[in-house]
Ligand binder design. Sequence first.
Ligand code: HEM
Length: 179
Amino acid sequence: MALTQFTAGATGTWQIDRILAVTGSTLALAERLEVSALPRTARPDAVWILSGATSYKRYTERAEQAALDAVQPALGRSDARCASLIPITKTARWWDLPQDERRAVFEETSHHIAIGLEYLPAIARQLYHSRDLGEPFDFLTWFEYAPRDAPAFEELLARLRTSREWDYVEREVDIRLRR
Ligand code: HEM
């Protein structure tokens, strides 16, 4: 399994601008964030380390995947000097729902993919799963964009956070980065 590790500490490609607890408890502030593809032994300066794995799609339907594939950009674009790492945990009530009801909240009611698509290709994204790794968060969400697209990213967040899906979010920390 390919694990990605996010280490907050004294070194790393990304400078941490701010860490904001949106819901629930925060994470400690550090100067920089390192994103590494392989799990490695903890650095002595590490303030916190979060890990996640890319995984198969749970909710995306074929037509939605085709629409995403047509516009979604890769990570690592040279002009994408802003990033956000947003770790999220959903409630027991969410995880107790059957698959079809989770999908209905996610898309038919909250329009997560439809809304998200409006912001592509400006925003590049990657979803990592952490829940089955015994991590403190269920998901690590990662976004990269150019400084000029920062206002659009704020608008996207505001729209998703007022959706029904977010009624099921019990912890969310919003970490803003620059390189
Ligand atoms: C899941 C698209 C923005 C948080 C997903 C999935 C898609 C998607 C297709 C479903 C993956 C699957 O089938 O398993 C998008 C697009 C976005 C966007 C196109 C536009 C940039 C965001 C933002 C956040 C977010 C801004 C949070 C701050 C999540 C979370 C999941 C998810 C937590 C996992 C949901 C779950 O499995 O319960 N997204 N998303 N997404 N997204 Fe987004």
